[in-house]
Ligand binder design. Structure first.
Ligand code: ADP
Length: 164
């Protein structure tokens, strides 16, 4: 598919930082596919289907965004979807080393797929799903971290504890 990109990640759950990257990418590409991938090193609170529904709800205003749940290697999923660009967000120098390693590994696995980095907006450069979960679990205010469309449900679930 020409002029489309995938934006892979765990999105457990989607934050305002993720949403900002999706909105900016949707202005550059005809189609943005948000790809929910398993990350074995992360313990997820929300199921893949819940995460998908959350992203869809937050992206209702964007008519060129689709959400897909993927399995296996991200480059293989991207290729199957006929996307040759993967977007990743960089918040700080600390992200860079890991992202560089991933992007180089992916290039070695499939050199037809390019990784492009978008830098985080300064107001979201501190933000991660883990931080939002940590604040919420201590009953803190996460309205500057989590999209309003999912805020109540997110808080409810964080009070109940993990479901996956
Ligand atoms: P992963 O498990 O692949 O790191 P995440 O859901 O944590 O998945 O993040 C997906 C992508 O979004 C990554 O490229 C990450 O760097 C980026 N990202 C996460 N939080 C932000 C943020 N606050 N601003 C910009 N990009 C972000």
């Amino acid at each position: 598919m020409k002029n489309s990109c995938v934006y892979p990640g765990s999105f457990d759950p989607i934050t305002l930082g993720h949403l900002d990257i999706i909105e900016r990418a949707s202005k550059i590409y005809d189609k943005v596919i948000v790809l929910i991938m398993q990350n074995p090193s992360k313990h997820n609170v929300f199921s893949e289907l819940e995460r998908k529904e959350f992203i869809e709800r937050c992206c209702k205003h964007l008519n060129n965004v689709e959400v897909v749940i993927g399995n296996g290697l991200t480059v293989n999923v991207a290729k199957k979807l006929d996307c040759h660009v993967m977007i990743r967000g960089i918040r700080a120098v600390s992200d860079y080393e890991f992202e560089l390693q991933q992007a180089t590994a992916n290039l070695t696995l499939d050199n037809s797929i390019e990784t492009l980095f978008m830098v985080s907006r300064p107001e979201y450069s501190f933000l991660s799903s883990s931080l939002a979960k940590q604040i919420a679990s201590l009953n803190g205010d996460v309205s500057s971290c989590i999209p309003k469309e999912i805020l109540n449900e997110f808080m409810e679930r964080m009070k109940e504890g993990s479901h996956e």
